[in-house]
Ligand binder design. Structure first.
Ligand SMILES: Cc1cc2nc3c(=O)[nH]c(=O)nc-3n(C[C@H](O)[C@H](O)[C@H](O)COP(=O)(O)OP(=O)(O)OC[C@H]3O[C@@H](n4cnc5c(N)ncnc54)[C@H](O)[C@@H]3O)c2cc1C
Length: 292
């Protein structure tokens, strides 16, 4: 199918994009990579009267380690991250893992991290990773820009804290010290598919080898990505061990609330969520030189 008729506006700066969004309010949608929005329009699941294309807004083309955070602007592509020279540093191992498994290489060439967060698909990859990494999204509204913690940003399936006439400018991943590493484990039926289940983990260790901070989150485990608070709490302050990792995996299985579909039953997906958390924790620890 072809989309319903719409007015196309190309913004050359984020100011221009914002002005259009303010003018057209609920009628307008931001066009980033178009990998979710265009298919939705073709299926007539979305019928925006106005599309505000931000791809020429060069001030949003940001991808850099900036003071104490990795700054990812609204038109930085998944493929830009995958190829960034600093991505091999273990501090960014969670981000690197995700950048390699979102969709397929063709989609990653256009798709953006921020677009994915704004889309907030229940099985999206960047949402779970952003929870584990404790990211913050910068949202521009009529009172200026505000930083929104990812837990508050992801409101419900396909719903975020971006209000009418607003736009997301970028996402910030807090910079980690070098005793930090993460991992992303995803099971998909075939390359390019959304997750059957996926787990994101970020760990920081103290000098004595105990866990200082832990981020654990799941995708395809509910209406939107979920933080596994119970696992994070049990990991914090502890010395890594096989028993501790198993207990964190069990907590993830309990927290997972997936829907049965062609990819598997509820029981299978809950079990898989736990298995993937165990694998991701082991992988993150191994990247930190710890076998558990
Ligand atoms: C074949 C295929 C397979 C895929 N597989 C996966 C997968 O395995 N995992 C996964 O996570 N994703 C997957 N995707 C989705 C893909 O990653 C999308 O690119 C991503 O979800 C949306 O990013 P985008 O830049 O294309 O956003 P768009 O499609 O341009 O926008 C998506 C939504 O976000 C809004 N939006 C975008 N940017 C902003 C902004 N700056 N401010 C406010 N609103 C904004 C748009 O208005 C729209 O509502 C797949 C897509 C395809 C086509």
């Amino acid at each position: 199918m072809i989309p319903a008729a719409f007015t196309y506006l190309r913004a050359h700066t984020s100011d221009e994009a914002f002005a259009h969004l303010q003018q057209y309010g609920a009628e307008a949608r931001v066009l980033a990579g178009g990998q979710s929005l265009i298919p939705a329009m073709r299926f007539r699941l979305a019928r925006p009267a106005v599309l505000v294309d931000i791809n020429a807004s060069s001030d949003l083309n940001v991808l850099r380690v900036n003071g104490n955070a990795l700054a990812v602007g609204a038109i930085a592509r998944d493929s830009d991250i995958e190829r960034a020279p600093w991505i091999t540093d273990r501090r960014w191992s969670l981000i690197r893992d995700v950048s390699r498994v979102v969709a397929d290489p063709v989609v990653r060439q256009m798709g953006t991290v921020v677009g994915s967060l704004c889309h907030n698909d229940p099985a999206g990859d960047w949402t779970a990773a952003s929870l584990a990494a404790r990211a913050e999204v910068t949202v521009r509204g009529k009172d200026g820009a505000r930083d929104v913690k990812i837990d508050d940003f992801l409101v419900d399936s396909f719903t975020t804290a971006v209000g009418e006439g607003e736009m997301a400018l970028g996402v910030h991943f807090p910079v980690a010290d070098d005793r930090t590493a993460g991992a992303y484990q995803k099971v998909e039926r075939k390359v390019g598919d959304f997750a059957t289940a996926a787990a994101a983990v970020q760990l920081s260790l103290n000098a004595d080898g105990t866990i200082r901070e832990a981020g654990v989150a799941l995708s395809a485990a509910g209406p939107c990505a979920v933080r596994v608070d119970e696992a994070e709490q049990m990991l914090r302050g502890q010395r890594p061990s096989a028993e501790l990792i198993r207990a964190a995996g069990d907590a993830a299985s309990r927290r997972s609330a997936p829907q049965a579909d062609l990819r598997g039953s509820v029981e299978y997906k809950k079990n898989l969520a736990g298995v993937l958390v165990v694998r991701a924790l082991r992988q993150a620890l191994s990247r930190l030189g710890v076998q558990a």
